[in-house]
Design a protein around this ligand. Structure first.
Ligand code: PRX
Length: 637
């Protein structure tokens, strides 16, 4: 498979970008012609950001799994599609060729169908990072069911919220997942979630960790038992369901600044074309290379750059179950050495945490196979960028700093490895098809360079968010109503004299902790559920490894014992309500919160205190009770 749309020089990049803006229909139509369609499109693009309504390749029919699997069978049947490295290095690795992946996805599509799953049904997937997670995702896509993958670190309550929102009657899980030295009992978490979700009809359980589970009669079934039934029938092929271009492919929940997480919806055709296009161009993928994306499939990065992007390009995708520091901080480097990995795509937080172990874990590891390094999820500081460049890339590997979001489906701003220039801590230039602009608070475009503004996008790209599940108005108000006729990213950005973008971070109440998005309102709601809490306010503060840490200011009513105890209780509550990823790093008990006369919490002041800028708090004269600020400053931890 060659990629005629792979950009090969800076000039080609500029030409492609220009063409994509001047004639997006011709530009994307030409790229889409390289995929397998059951029926061609009638119109490439139809859109308005007012409703919003974004439609790509309307009239076309396809199934994304034919593009990710079937079309590679004639020349790549025996090439590894997925290489799986287990959590424990002494356990056996697994390799699935395209032929084997085809078989397993077909088998599991039959299992879904036999158990009543139909096109358009929502299927929740809550599994560890094992090949069966990718198989489950692809089997849903093959049958036309909408998958909703939930990261294994979320709590029973978070799962229940998502199940209820999507009205998922079907769940795929495993007994447990290994994460470093821990064994996470996933099935047991699902059982807790289902107490408040009686509409769930079926739970398929894959046995992985051999953690004891309770199987509920009439509801829970074993993956292997179901597969055996298909084997007994001789493993018939499962004809891929015919999907319209704009049929939803999946829902992925993500945090916003208000309320509960929202279900971002992506559709089949545009998402396929864009993840493939960006995969091939960002990393400059060459056939047979091994691509190692360290994300979890529970996040958008795993959806787009472990599963759909690489597989649609016929690549070999390496999937890793564990964590970077288990059994030691050399784990990534061992994997790269063992499999001769060519592309490493990871998060700045992982780089920073590994930096802290010094160079010992890298010594005697052969990293010479590496050709491209990538980062995603949060701003990368120059120190981490330089360390990655010098010690991992040995100065020979371009680093791509890829900026994008769950809502954008694929990378929007990034350099292309070795093709367009890199600049430490800059995502640099927009991808073809992407028109970023900076606006001021009033929504006026800022046209000059060397400025900071709110980052918006002017026109749709193929994997633009289509809606938020079950609530289109929420999609409109969140992303398309802040500024007229623009998609608002929620991020701030600086643009330098060359037009390169550096993402400065969120400008809304969303935190980015270790590359994970967490809404401050969500954490506050969880903290406030504790009976000892009167009120709370949560802000972010700079954290050396995580990028941002979570700082909670809490008014305590004194009913739960000493400070140490209540802090522990609050932490446990957040863990139970959202999941361990949202646990506050610091909890300061305060006598009051800085509020305006109208009762609004002045977060600006709390942010300054959390950041340790005690001398530079700013104007407090509009506060109902300015003295509370002194009390909070004095109690800072
Ligand atoms: O603030 C930006 C940050 O992560 C947010 C999106 O988070 P999520 O939807 O979870 O997707 C993460 C993986 C794509 C953005 O609004 N972000 C993502 N990539 C970068 C980044 N910030 C700076 N530089 C990046 N490369």
């Amino acid at each position: 498979m060659s990629y005629p749309y792979q950009i090969k020089s800076l000039e080609e990049y500029h030409a492609a970008w220009k063409k994509s803006v001047e004639d997006p229909e011709k530009f994307w139509g030409d790229i889409a012609a390289n995929f397998q369609w059951k029926k061609p499109w009638e119109r490439v693009l139809d859109w308005n950001f007012k409703e919003p309504s974004v439609k790509w390749f309307e009239g076309a029919q396809l199934n994304i799994t034919e593009n990710c699997i079937d079309r590679h069978l004639h020349d790549k049947a025996n090439q590894p599609a997925i290489i799986w490295e287990p959590n424990n290095p002494n356990d056996p690795q697994r390799i699935l060729t395209y032929a084997q992946l085809h078989l397993k996805v077909n088998q599991f599509a039959h299992v879904l169908k036999n158990n009543g799953v139909k096109k358009g049904d929502r299927v929740c997937i809550y599994m560890g990072m094992i090949p069966e997670l990718a198989i489950a995702v692809l089997a849903c896509a093959r049958i036309g069911a909408i998958h909703s993958v939930i990261f294994g670190g979320f709590s029973a309550q978070s799962i229940a919220d998502r199940l209820q929102d999507a009205k998922s009657e079907f769940i795929i899980t495993c007994d447990g997942a290994f994460r470093g030295p821990k064994d996470i009992p996933l099935k047991s978490v699902i059982d807790d979630a289902l107490v408040s979700c009686p509409f769930v009809k079926t739970v398929v359980v894959y046995m992985h960790t051999r953690t004891p589970v309770s199987m509920i009669n009439g509801r829970d079934i074993w993956w292997e038992d179901e597969i055996r039934k298909i084997e007994q029938k001789g493993n018939p092929d499962f004809p891929a369901e015919t999907m319209d271009a704009e049929d939803p492919l999946f829902i992925l929940y993500t945090s916003g600044s208000t309320g509960k997480p929202k279900g971002v919806v992506h559709s089949c055709a545009g998402y396929m074309v864009y993840t493939n296009y960006t995969f091939v161009n960002v990393f400059q993928y060459k056939p047979e290379e091994i691509h190692f994306c360290t994300a979890d499939i529970g996040w958008i990065t795993g959806h787009s750059y472990i599963v759909y992007g690489p597989l649609s390009a016929g690549a070999t995708s390496l999937m890793f179950e564990g964590i970077p520091t288990f059994p030691d901080a050399g784990r990534f480097w061992d994997i790269i050495d063992k499999y001769r990995v060519n592309i490493l795509y990871t998060a700045p937080t992982a780089i920073r945490s590994l930096m802290a172990f010094g160079l010992g874990p890298i010594q005697n590891k052969d990293l010479s196979s590496l050709r491209v390094l990538g980062t995603v999820g949060e701003p990368i500081n120059e120190e981490a960028w330089n360390w990655y460049d010098e010690h991992i890339g040995k100065g020979n590997c371009p680093i791509v700093d890829t900026w994008w979001q769950t809502e954008t489906g694929g990378v929007l701003i990034s350099n292309m490895a070795g093709i367009t220039p890199a600049k430490a801590s800059y995502a640099t230039l927009p991808f073809p098809g992407v028109q970023p602009i900076l606006v001021d608070e009033k929504g006026n475009e800022i046209t000059e360079n060397n400025v900071t503004g709110n980052l918006c996008i002017k026109a749709p790209w193929p994997s633009t968010i289509r809606t938020t599940y079950g609530d289109h108005e929420r999609c409109r108000t969140n992303y398309f109503a802040t500024y007229e006729n623009l998609y608002f990213t929620g991020d701030g950005a600086f643009r330098d004299e060359n037009g390169y973008y550096r993402i400065t971070g969120r400008v809304d109440d969303v935190l980015n902790v270790s590359g994970h998005r967490i809404g401050t309102a969500e954490v506050e709601n969880a903290i406030n559920m504790h009976t000892g809490v009167v009120e709370s306010a949560v802000v972010g503060y700079p954290h050396d490894v995580k990028g941002q840490g979570i700082y909670a200011f809490v008014i305590y009513n004194g009913t739960h014992g000493d400070e140490e105890l209540i802090r522990k209780d609050i932490t446990a509550t957040v863990s139970r309500i959202i999941g361990p990823i949202a646990k506050p790093d610091k909890i300061q008990l305060v006598p009051g919160l800085p509020k305006t006369r109208s009762g609004k919490i002045m977060r600006r002041i709390l942010r300054k205190i959390a950041e340790g800028e005690l001398e530079n708090i700013g104007d407090t004269s509009t506060l109902l009770d300015p003295s509370v600020v002194e009390d909070i400053k004095n109690g800072k931890i």
